[in-house]
Write a protein that binds this ligand. Structure first.
Ligand code: SAH
Ligand code: SF4
Length: 438
């Protein structure tokens, strides 16, 4: 979502004369977009700000030009004035729900008076209604935020405090944005939300629509070739969405559905509001509607109170589900969250060894999943050039990175058939089938 927000900020600033620069060395404006989901994000922000300070001082010495520095994102939201105190060279602090105001805030910066501007409000008029409706080229695969914030209050999570209450964008604004992204060259759209499958809105038939119906509507846009969505919550996998996986060809066979822990005790302490068995049943249902679907997830390792038995329950769940790929993180305390105040925190070395064990199994499952595709043909959306000459990188329907070579110079954005020859941990390689569509 930060990636999407950064793109929107770039679009927002273009009409004001700003162009994206690959380095910050000679930038008039530096926007540091930050994430607060896990620990160290705050410290990373301050150390990055230290580096930026050196750059802007050097630029001033060399050219006499002063750069404007803005800190955006959830660290900005959580830290507010503290950032100005600790890094006085920052001019603007802007939260994830107020970055639509960036152009005004920039205009107010006075390099002589060195005045500071903070905007970390949760506005009553949603950000999306105030954002300028201009989109510039996003490449073949584009992000589109449809839902933001969260009301679920898992005890470890900072999202409800930094991104605010759950909010679903209206259908019309989503469809309009999708059409603009497609006009700009997008072939695939990934719908984004902290709980994307909690999205709901008033449908064209005036009934309440869920994500499944929204996907159905998006699929009607002829030029749109594939649709993805992330991240989903197990309690919000409704029938409409399952049917969408069965019926809509453009909806890719991939589901990111985090559970966080395989232990019912820990799930309860996390306030996840479902048991491990209920999660397994959801996955069974999903697989019934879309048998070949690739399942991904997130795990938090070493949540306060996690015993060896709880950890074993996570290992058992992973073994049962068989993920195509999944993310795992050591639990870290987030300021202001209930779990931060729990008394029985797990020691660092135990967290490390449990994380290693979980990651080993997940890596093995990913390798096994990837190997299944050797000697088969996959439809691959070509995203960009690889690092080597003549090499391309694309994405399979199952969200795998696919590398292949071709002498054609204009494949980006097309969908090609690839005969898979080799499988690796994080990617596959193959040979392009020279069919008529090229
Ligand atoms: N809404 C999604 C997750 C969004 S947060 C869900 O409910 O599953 C993204 C991921 O960051 C989470 O799935 C979790 O695995 C991780 N995460 C969040 N808070 C964390 C914390 N305090 N420590 C470690 N990982 C955390
Ligand atoms: Fe955070 Fe997801 Fe829980 Fe919401 S549902 S509080 S975003 S982990």
């Amino acid at each position: 979502m930060n990636f999407y927000d950064s793109e929107r900020m770039t679009d927002l600033l273009k009409p004001h004369g700003y162009e994206l620069d690959n380095t910050a060395e000679d930038a008039d404006l530096i926007v540091l977009n930050t994430c607060h989901i896990r620990e160290k994000a705050v410290e990373k922000t301050y150390s990055e700000l230290g580096r930026i300070r050196k750059q802007i001082n050097l630029r001033k010495e060399k050219t006499g030009k002063k750069s404007i520095v803005a800190v955006a994102g959830c660290v900005a939201q959580a830290q507010g004035k503290e950032i100005m105190k600790r890094s006085p060279w920052v001019d603007i602090v802007v939260g994830p729900q107020s970055y639509q105001n960036l152009p005004e805030l920039i205009a107010k910066v006075d390099p002589i008076k060195k005045n500071k501007h903070i905007n970390i409000d949760f506005p009553t008029i949603p950000k999306f209604d105030q954002l300028e409706n201009q989109f510039f080229d996003r490449g073949p695969s584009a992000f589109l935020t449809i839902q933001e914030g969260c009301d679920k209050f898992c005890t470890f999570c900072v999202v409800p405090y930094t991104r605010g209450a759950e909010y679903s964008r209206p259908i019309k604004s989503i469809i309009d944005e999708a059409k603009k992204l497609i006009d700009g060259g997008a072939k695939e759209i990934t719908l984004l939300g902290q709980n994307v499958n909690a999205w709901n809105g008033s449908g064209y038939d005036k009934s309440v629509w869920g994500l499944g119906k929204l996907i159905n509507e998006l699929a009607k846009i002829k030029e749109l070739e594939s649709i993805r969505y992330t991240t989903s919550h197990p309690l919000d996998m409704d029938l409409e969405l399952l049917e969408a996986h069965r019926d809509i060809k453009k909806l890719m066979p991939y589901l990111h559905l985090p559970i966080q822990s395989g232990s019912n005790n820990i799930l309860k302490l996390m306030n996840r509001k479902h048991t491990a068995l209920e999660y397994i049943k959801v996955i069974e249902k999903v697989r019934y509607y879309k048998p070949e679907i690739a399942i991904s997830g997130d795990f938090i390792i070493g949540f306060p109170g996690e015993t060896n038995k709880d950890h074993q329950a996570t290992i058992d769940l992973i073994s049962e589900i068989k993920y195509s790929q999944a993310y795992s993180f050591k639990y870290s305390i987030r300021p202001g969250t209930p779990a931060g105040a729990f008394y029985d925190h797990v020691g660092e070395s135990i967290k490390n060894s449990r994380l290693q064990e979980v990651q080993e199994i997940l890596r093995a499952q990913q390798m096994e999943f990837n190997k299944k595709f050797v000697n088969s043909t996959l439809k691959v959306l070509v995203l960009r050039n690889g690092k080597k000459k003549g090499q391309y990188l694309g994405r399979s329907p199952y969200n795998q990175s696919i590398y292949f070579n071709s002498e054609h110079t204009d494949l980006i954005g097309s969908t090609v058939d690839i005969d898979i020859t080799d499988a690796f941990q994080n990617s596959l390689t193959g040979i392009i089938i020279q069919n008529k569509s090229i």
